[in-house]
Design a protein. Structure first.
Length: 258
């Protein structure tokens, strides 16, 4: 059974096209009726729109095999008085979902990703948090890769704000326990006996996705087709408990190992 990341794992971060082996692996899982969930931290497109895009580039993923943070957002975050920060596409999605954006007296500071956060935005976030707003991240990625550059991910920004204000935070998407629990519920619809110990999770974010999953009992596979150029960029810096179980260049190399 598998949990499979999208950006940097199934599709590349530059052209958003399938990475070697990704289509073939999904076709194999579908043909053999192997339980799996594609779990992405997508926040820039409505869930059905992003899934349609993945299908349009050849990734054979059905709705029953797909989960992203936007699908859980309404059950986690009130729509009232939200100061949201992220790419304009994310803000547009929130408005379509009925969220009330409020940058005067918000109850919630909600953070997604973009590459050009500025000091004024950080100052505003800090003021809101010190005034009692709750801090929520759409996910907890370590690095955001775009246009062949790497920026601090939402997880890094959350840690900075936590240090600056002593405000604790919650996470909607990966690697929150709630998100993985919901992902497991998707697996249970395919195999009622599914448990985390049965799951192999594949991702290019070894800290933001895999470390938390490993603590929950999952087997972890790190692919270097996304955020990191080589495994040597990150693995020597990880604690022993954070080390992935297996490392491959991409999905094609992983498939060849099966």
């Amino acid at each position: 059974m598998y949990f499979i990341d999208v950006q940097g794992t199934l599709i590349d971060d530059v052209n958003k096209q399938p990475i070697a082996g990704s289509i073939e692996f999904l076709e194999h899982l579908n043909k053999t009726q192997t339980p799996y969930m594609v779990i992405t931290n997508n926040t820039k497109k409505q869930s059905n729109v992003f899934l349609d895009y993945l299908n349009s580039i050849g990734l054979p993923i059905s709705k029953t095999h797909y989960l992203d943070p936007l699908m859980l957002l309404e059950s986690r975050v009130s729509k009232e008085a939200v100061a949201a920060y992220g790419a304009q596409e994310f803000l547009d999605v929130l408005i379509k979902m009925g969220y009330e954006l409020n940058y005067t007296n918000p109850k919630t500071v909600l953070i997604a990703i973009k590459e050009d956060f500025n000091s004024e935005e950080y100052a505003q976030m800090i003021d809101f948090l010190l005034s009692g707003a709750q801090l929520i991240g759409m996910h907890e990625t370590t690095i955001y890769a775009k246009n062949k550059k790497r920026y601090p991910g939402v997880g890094a920004i959350l840690k900075m704000l936590e240090f600056a204000t002593s405000a604790s935070y919650e996470v909607v998407g990966k690697p929150s326990c709630n998100f993985y629990d919901e992902s497991l519920a998707g697996l249970k619809k395919q195999n009622n006996g599914a448990q985390f110990e049965d799951v192999t999770i594949i991702s290019d974010d070894v800290k933001g996705d895999l470390s938390g999953a490993k603590m929950m009992g999952m087997k972890t596979v790190f692919v270097t087709s996304g955020k990191y150029k080589t495994a040597d960029e990150i693995l020597p810096l990880l604690k022993a408990v954070e080390q992935p179980d297996l490392v491959f260049d991409d999905m094609q190399k992983f498939m060849e190992s099966l």
